[in-house]
Ligand binder design. Structure first.
Ligand code: NAD
Ligand code: MG
Length: 421
């Protein structure tokens, strides 16, 4: 039993697979690792950390959607044992790119799942979107330690994901910066002493914009995040504050919290990432320069600390940290996340699925920026009206809801696109 001496987070009768304490001696020697989504922004930060500690880690498997060139380059550099691309049309290209290297390769969703299933000590789940759910579950089922960046997979599967992880003895380490901050702060008290968590939000590029300007924001404007450099989808989600909505749901799932226990605070400098308030009114925060390599390094080194490459925090030169309440009227995506969480029964799956359709439509210039949240809201309303709410009791349930909600969102798309704001 690999996790026998790890204390997991307990909330009443609910056990979450987030570890609170690890009394297990840290094994010396080489740790085996797999990175799902190795060619993305989180993948890149993860590979950078691995690169910085030669000899400490051995790469078992790396995956990507379609970037064969980037994947093959990483596979050769790290001498991976197995690589997989999701795009089935790229198999020939991948084989050619790895010719003579002895690296095994696969293609399609089943190969991504195979990469996740291969035994390792640690896995980074950094696929973008609900497409990451099945591979993440494959890693969960082998009871390994998983650094979870892919928030959509949690939002899609709901409580079911964490319960399955707890049953399998998997350790889920939150890699998202806000949740990693909460994870670090949580160990200052017991779960029953926690009164509230606060996740911060930069406010994105449209923080100070009027609603009418947000409505018609262009793709280029939405892709200009003030503080963080990230993949396209999450950058657009940050501009709509859908990302913060997903993170509210992510926090609820990871730490078994009620919606009332999760607050969002706009903090434009992105220095404080998350805070936990305890019953004595102490608030414990985690701070750092906005660099994803810090929370990823925390997950990679856990339960120890390893050297991180981020720029040192210099508060004197930053001078001022400022805070604002979130504006639910200009950023309805955030309000919808709380609605979805309170509704339960698959509503968070619908929220995420509709958003994935909406973001793809916005990138394809089929809808205005303001229509992203409108499509999500219309899909959620129609879903409830059609009597589709039902508890999720398996991954297949979540995947079916995700599939049907995408179809519903796609069918609502033309009327939402035509609607005046
Ligand atoms: P990205 O778009 O830069 O990279 C996504 C990775 O997943 C790529 O390697 C891509 O090839 C792969 N991928 C995409 N679709 C796939 C599919 N259908 N099948 C298999 N692989 C697929 O995204 P990112 O910014 O690195 O974000 C990854 C995840 O981490 C997202 O869930 C995001 O919300 C989360 N996250 C990202 C950041 C960040 O700073 N970038 C911070 C916190 C959380
Ligand atoms: Mg985040």
């Amino acid at each position: 039993m690999p996790m026998a001496s790890v204390t997991l987070l307990w909330v009443g009768e609910v056990m979450s697979a987030v570890p609170l304490k690890n009394d297990k001696p840290v094994e010396a020697g080489v740790r085996t690792v797999t990175v799902l989504g190795a060619t993305g922004s989180i993948g890149d930060s993860t590979m950078d950390l691995l690169r910085g500690a030669p000899g400490r880690y051995r790469v078992e498997a790396l995956t990507a959607n379609s970037n064969v060139e980037g994947l093959a380059k990483l596979a050769r550099e790290f001498d991976a044992r197995f690589v997989a691309v999701a795009d089935t049309a790229r198999f020939g290209e991948l084989k050619d790119a790895l010719a003579g290297s002895g690296i095994e390769c696969g293609v399609g969703e089943s190969a991504i799942i195979e990469a996740a299933s291969r035994p390792t000590d640690w896995l980074m789940a950094a696929v973008s979107g609900a497409a990451g759910l099945k591979p993440a579950l494959a890693a969960v089922d082998r009871g390994t330690t998983i650094a979870l960046a892919n928030k959509e997979c949690l939002v899609c599967a709901g409580d079911f994901f964490m319960q399955r992880a707890a049953k399998a003895g998997a350790c889920i380490l939150p890699a998202d910066s806000e949740h990693n901050a909460l994870f670090q702060a949580l160990s200052s008290g017991n779960r029953d002493e926690l009164t509230r968590v606060i996740i911060t939000a930069s406010g994105g590029p449209f923080r100070t914009w009027a609603a009418a300007d947000i409505e018609n924001a262009t793709l280029a404007q939405a892709l200009k995040h003030p503080n963080w450099s990230m993949g396209r989808k999450i950058t657009i989600d940050s501009a709509s504050m859908m990302n913060k909505g997903l993170e509210v749901i992510e926090a609820a799932c990871l730490f078994a919290l009620e919606p009332e226990e999760i607050d969002v605070l706009v903090h434009p400098q992105s220095i404080i990432h998350g805070m936990v308030e305890f019953s004595d009114r102490s608030v414990v925060a985690q701070l750092g320069t906005p660099d994803m390599r810090t929370p990823i390094a925390h997950c990679l080194g856990w339960p120890e600390r390893i050297a991180g490459p981020a720029v040192k925090l210099d508060l004197a030169s930053i001078g001022q940290l400022t805070f604002e309440a979130p504006d639910f009227a200009r950023f309805p995506a955030l309000r919808l996340a709380y609605d979805a969480l309170r509704t339960g029964n698959g509503a968070t799956t619908v929220y995420n699925a509709a958003n994935e359709i909406a973001v793809a439509a916005f990138i394809a210039e089929k809808i205005r920026f303001g229509a992203i949240a409108r499509l999500v809201e219309a899909t959620m309303n129609d879903w409830v009206r059609a009597g589709n709410l039902a508890p999720l009791s398996s991954a297949d349930d979540a995947i079916a809801v995700d599939h049907n909600a995408r179809n519903m969102a796609a069918s609502l798309l033309p009327q939402i696109a035509a609607m005046a704001s």
